[in-house]
Design a protein around this ligand. Structure first.
Ligand SMILES: Nc1nc2c(ncn2[C@@H]2O[C@H](COP(=O)(O)OP(=O)(O)OP(=O)(O)O)[C@@H](O)[C@H]2O)c(=O)[nH]1
Ligand SMILES: [Mg+2]
Length: 255
């Protein structure tokens, strides 16, 4: 369950929803449709460069939406990827919505699988369904949802099709009423052994504040940017505790 005791009408404590996905999948169009704002959209990749926030009301609750830059991966290859990665693992949104292009599912699935490794509260939003229909592409969302272990919703954000259902699915997940079982890739036995060993060290250092398996995978890959980010956060936390004796639960990383 979501930790908040009385989330209804909690305007000061909105649910936080992040929109992640490949460039050009319609994240900002969806963001604008949900929030009524005017994030810049257009038919070329890389328009959203820093994360933008907006809000909407649904069924008496307030939601903050974070429009992340479009990325093909979250492996810290660029500033955009770091922004998206840090949001998902450190800020821990109540729900991460991965927006996919229905006409390019295979390419888009790479990022979706990465997000499924990083978070439990994930919704897949298959957007540009109008384009897919024109091209005769059929997507079986029930079977996809079963295979990937998270809800799948089809939308055409430009026409506002499917937005009601998406908001309902987000609400259910934000309240912790949706059980997910995110698909995690299984590697060779040898690699899995190393992942497990590293996962234990990650958990003993960070508790359940970070997705241990995902951090272990990135450490095995030698992700220096993630290591730097972890160091920075530990250092920041140490300083805060030293200066103000702040509540540890406010910070994602233990000293
Ligand atoms: N036909 C159709 N076009 C859409 C839909 N959603 C978005 N688009 C168009 O797709 C293009 C890209 O949309 P954006 O919302 O800017 O995409 P984005 O994911 O924010 O892109 P980045 O910020 O680069 O990651 C724009 O031309 C939109 O009008 C949809 O459901 N159907
Ligand atoms: Mg955008």
């Amino acid at each position: 369950m979501n930790p908040r005791t009385n989330p209804k009408h909690s305007q000061k404590n909105p649910f936080r929803i992040a929109l992640a996905g490949n460039p050009n999948t319609g994240k900002s169009t969806l963001f604008n449709a949900l929030t009524g704002l005017r994030q810049h959209t257009g038919n070329w990749p890389g328009k959203t460069v820093i994360h933008a926030e907006g809000s909407y009301q649904y069924d008496g609750d307030a939601y903050t939406v974070i429009d992340l830059p479009g990325t093909y991966s979250l492996y810290s290859n660029s500033a955009d990827e770091e922004v998206a990665r840090d949001c998902i693992i450190f800020e821990k949104p109540d729900v991460t919505v991965v927006v996919l292009d229905a006409t390019a599912m295979e390419r888009n699935m790479n990022l979706a699988l990465q997000v499924l490794e990083m978070a439990d509260r994930v919704v897949l939003c298959i957007n540009l369904m109008d384009e897919a229909k024109k091209k005769g592409i059929y997507i079986n969302e029930k079977s996809l949802s079963k295979k990937l272990g998270v809800p799948v919703v089809k939308t055409s954000a430009r026409n506002r099709d499917g937005l009601d259902r998406l908001q309902k699915v987000i609400q259910e997940m934000a309240y912790g009423r949706t059980k997910t079982n995110p698909y995690r890739i299984r590697y060779s036995d040898e690699l899995e052994e190393k992942i497990s060993a590293l996962e234990e060290s990650v958990t003993s250092t960070f508790g359940d504040r970070l997705p241990a398996r995902w951090v272990a995978l990135r450490l095995l890959d030698g992700d220096q940017s993630l290591i730097d980010s972890l160091h920075q956060r530990i250092e920041l936390h140490r300083k805060e505790v030293h200066n103000h004796g702040v509540d540890e639960s406010l910070y994602p990383v233990e000293a």
